[in-house]
Design a binder for this molecule. Sequence first.
Ligand code: IDP
Ligand code: MG
Length: 166
Amino acid sequence: MNQQTLILIKPDGLKKSLTGNVLTRLSETKLDIVATKIVKVSRKLAEEHYSALRDKPFYEELIKYIMGDYHKHKVMAMVYYGESAIDKVREICGATNPEEADPVSIRGAYGRITTKGVYENVIHASRNSEEAEREIKLWFEPDEIIVDIYPTGILELKSVKKRIWA
Ligand code: IDP
Ligand code: MG
């Protein structure tokens, strides 16, 4: 079954110049990249992305980590699409805890645990199709994705101000 999944190269991955390595590993899946952008993550976006972990002791550190306070204030967000995309990508990512992750997985090869106890594990990938839908809709607008994956609607706006090139 064709699926879509959200992938984030987290700020530690960008700071450590791992983008090329991560994309090369992901290309083993033979999935299609259907959206990508660099995002400066706001606290609001970080908190919405990790809303399920609000009660964890590492939550505040996790929010600072994904916002880039410890590395660079940027994340590379992508949508991958294709047969069994969710499981294929999770497999290459490896386990959440980089010390327990398979050493040849992305997290096993490049992740670390900080002295503050946060798992800096380089990459995020949706865990199942419900999570993928929630996360893709949080990070991307429909027109930023080159295939139709979820139903869309039209919102007519009367007066919109937006920044344009001067
Ligand atoms: P996942 O990223 O493998 O889906 P989640 O449980 O959704 O794992 O956790 C989100 C992120 O929170 C992890 O990728 C990791 O950066 C961090 N994290 C999860 N569990 C722990 C923990 O027990 N200690 C420290 N950081 C954690
Ligand atoms: Mg998760």
